[in-house]
Structure formats: C-alpha cells, structure tokens
Design a protein around this ligand. Structure first.
Ligand code: NIG
Ligand code: FE
Length: 395
C-alpha cells in the first residue's frame, strides 16, 4: 500500500464529533493520511493534529488551507441532451416554471446518440468534481420509454453507482390521454428494463406530474424489484409527496419547499432525509425552502444541486451552500454539513461525507483558511485540490 499525508491543513472539517470540535468535528492545524495506491477506493487511515501525523510515502503541504470532505451531491439529472436557454430567458422576464418544460428535454434526449449522452454525463460529473463533488447521484427521466430510460441508466451507471430510475418524471407525451396506461408501463416493462442499472426509484409527485396514488404504486413496484425509494416532493406546492416518502421509508424527500407543520413533523420523526435544492428556486425565481424550520424540528437535511437543464442548471454545491446560508436560514457550518454528511445520509452511504479512519479518502482543499469562506466568498472558485478514493483528481 502506498500512503499520502496531507499536512499543514489550517482547518479540517471531519464531520466526526469524536475527532474534533462541535458537530463538524473541526481540527485546527491538522493532517490526514490515506491509502493512495491509486485504485480509487483508497481509505483514510489516520486523522489528527499535524504534529502527531505518522510518516507516509508522499507528503502534500496544504500550506494552511482548509479541507472538507468531498461533497455528496445526492440529487441530479445529468443524462440529457440540449438545453433550455429560451425557457430560462422567458422565466427571467416573468413566465412561471411548469413541469411541462421537461418534454423539450425528452425530445432532445431521445434524439441523441449514446456517445453524446455519455459525453454530457462525463462533462457534468467532471465539472462537479472541479467544484469539490466526489460522490454524485443521477437520474433517468428524460427518455420515458423502456428503451430510452434503460439507456439513460446504463450510461449513468458507467459514471456512478448512485443511479435512480425516474421513469415517472412526467407522463410520456405518447400517453398524455391515458396516464393510467403510462403508470402500468412504468411499473411493468419499463421497471424490468431499468432495474438492473438502478439503485433507487423516484417519482415526481406533483400537480402536473403524478398524484399520491400513482406515486405510491410506482414506488412500491420499485421496492418489490429491489430499488429503494426517494421522492420529488412538495416542490411546486403542498401535496402528499413528503408524507408518502415517510410512509414508505424513502431515503429522502427532495425539494421540500412547501411544507405543512405535519410534513415537518413527519420528516423529523423519520429516517427520511429532507433534501433541499436551492438551485431550483434560484433558477425558477421561486420561494426558497425553510431549512431553519426543518433543522429546528430535528429533521436531517441534505443540500444538493438538482442539476438539470430546466429548473437548476448548476453543478456547483458551493453555490447552493452560499444560497442556503444567505436565504434559507442555515449557518455556514450547517450548510457544509448538509452538503457532505447530509448527502451521504440521503444516499445511505456510511463511507463518504466524513474524514475519519475507514472512510473513503475523498477530500477537497479550499483556497481559504476556513470552510465558512464557501458562503462568505460566493461565486469564487475556492476548491483548489481534490482527492477521490485517494487518487489526486485535481491536485
Ligand atoms: O427536480 N422536479 C422535477 N424535475 C426537475 C426538473 C426537470 C426539468 O424541468 O427538466 C427538478 O427540478
Ligand atoms: Fe430533481
């Protein structure tokens, strides 16, 4: 085994309260040692004060910069073609966002070659990596036929194990007059074609997409096929999505923008993570979710990008952190925690989202003395080095 020590870290977020101060387990003047053999699965072997660090084969001097766990972006839609610049332009001059815009991307995605879709996913995953993201979930949902959904998941699975079957993004245009038949397709032949390439099943439970009964049918069919549910819930208005997610033991309820007190209580009393996606509210000029209310109630909160060409065309977790701190009632500590360990919990992953012995060696160095600068210096490319599974990806 070849090892690397990253030393002289001015301030290290471990997310392990046993290792340092507060909920972030902060260590000043720290070092991290990890397996850097190069397989991409290297683990952290030691974390602590730099003065106590054991010797390693290679030393990297962080020169006082801050280090954080690589971001865990637990919600994105990267398998698509084309973009929706015109729709964005129209929104910025006052037109509202609707679920119907998804159809534009479905047409472009169906028409694209496998190679083009693969190149797009590669491009956005590497764009995310440059901004500190070392784990990313991504969904199908712009194919809406058994062939096109399975193709999207097969392409996604070559880039990440965190793949989500979202055949129930909207009713496919061919089934506009018969949504029940589309639900049958999604829970039958489409699910069969997609399950081999997916870990999760998702549904857009919203007016204009799928109602509570349809969503329950789709999620339970996925569960029977071994997929774990997560739900697009309560994004555009109040609805049954959050309660359904909790009832089915979903890993996460995503968006959570319009919540009743009963929704907040249900999330707080459950193992379902509330995943907040402020890029969507930013890009649709909508009201942000109230993170403070969820945190004060005791819910687990994750922060992710929702990167997609319609409602949130950003791969930048630092951008989401800055917005969450400015407009959603999160402290910088809470936002960084939600974008790392919160995302890991939303993906039920114990090996990422923290810098502690046994975790995968995923870390990002910031060109700043503290993780707080992620919110304090919005829009500035602070991520200056990244290791993923012990491999220097951007060093
Ligand atoms: O998470 N809400 C559903 N899906 C995406 C939007 C997709 C689109 O507009 O293309 C979202 O915001
Ligand atoms: Fe989404």
């Amino acid at each position: 085994m070849t090892t690397t020590v990253v030393t002289n870290i001015g301030s290290l977020v471990t997310n392990d309260p046993a290792l340092g101060e507060g909920p972030l387990g902060l260590i000043k003047d720290a070092a991290v040692v990890f397996d850097s053999t190069g397989t991409g699965t290297g683990k952290i072997t030691w974390v602590g004060p730099a003065t106590h660090a054991p010797a390693a084969d290679t030393a990297y001097d962080a020169r006082g910069r801050a280090a954080i766990p690589g971001f865990v972006d637990s919600h994105s839609h990267l398998v698509f073609a084309g973009d929706r610049t015109q729709e964005f332009n129209a929104r910025m001059s006052g037109k509202p966002y609707t679920a119907g815009g998804i159809r534009t991307t479905v047409a472009a995605t169906r028409a694209a070659s496998d190679a083009d879709l693969d190149a797009n996913v590669r491009r956005y995953v590497s764009e995310a990596l440059r901004q500190g993201t070392t784990t990313i979930e991504t969904k199908s949902g712009y194919g809406l036929t058994p062939h096109d959904e399975a193709r999207a998941l097969r392409i996604a699975a070559a880039h990440t194990p965190e793949t989500t079957y979202l055949g129930a993004h909207i009713v496919a245009p061919e089934y506009a007059d018969d949504p029940a038949a589309y639900v049958e397709l999604v829970t039958g032949p489409m699910l069969e074609a997609c399950a081999p390439y997916a870990r999760w099943v998702d549904v857009f439970c919203e007016r204009g997409a799928f109602d509570g009964d349809q969503a329950r049918e789709i999620l339970t069919a996925g569960q029977k096929r071994g997929l774990i549910p997560r739900v697009h819930a309560n994004q555009l208005g109040h609805g049954p999505g959050v309660q359904l997610a909790v009832e089915l033991g979903a890993a996460s309820a995503d968006h959570c923008t319009h919540l009743t007190q009963a929704d907040v209580d249900a999330l707080a009393g459950s193992g379902t993570v509330a995943t907040l996606l402020p890029g969507a509210e930013f890009s649709t000029k909508a009201e942000y979710p109230d993170a403070r209310r969820l945190l004060d109630a005791g819910a687990t909160v994750a922060l992710s990008t929702d990167c997609n060409p319609g409602s949130s065309f950003t791969t930048s977790v630092p951008f989401c952190i800055a917005v969450a701190v400015r407009d959603m009632g999160m402290t910088p500590d809470e936002a960084v925690h939600a974008a790392t360990l919160g995302g890991a919990k939303a993906l039920r992953r114990a090996d990422v989202g923290r810098i502690s012995p046994g975790a995968r060696a995923d870390l990002a160095l910031l060109d700043a003395p503290s993780h707080v600068h992620l919110a304090y210096r919005p829009g500035v490319p602070l991520v200056s080095a990244v290791w993923r599974g012990g491999v220097p990806e951007l060093v």
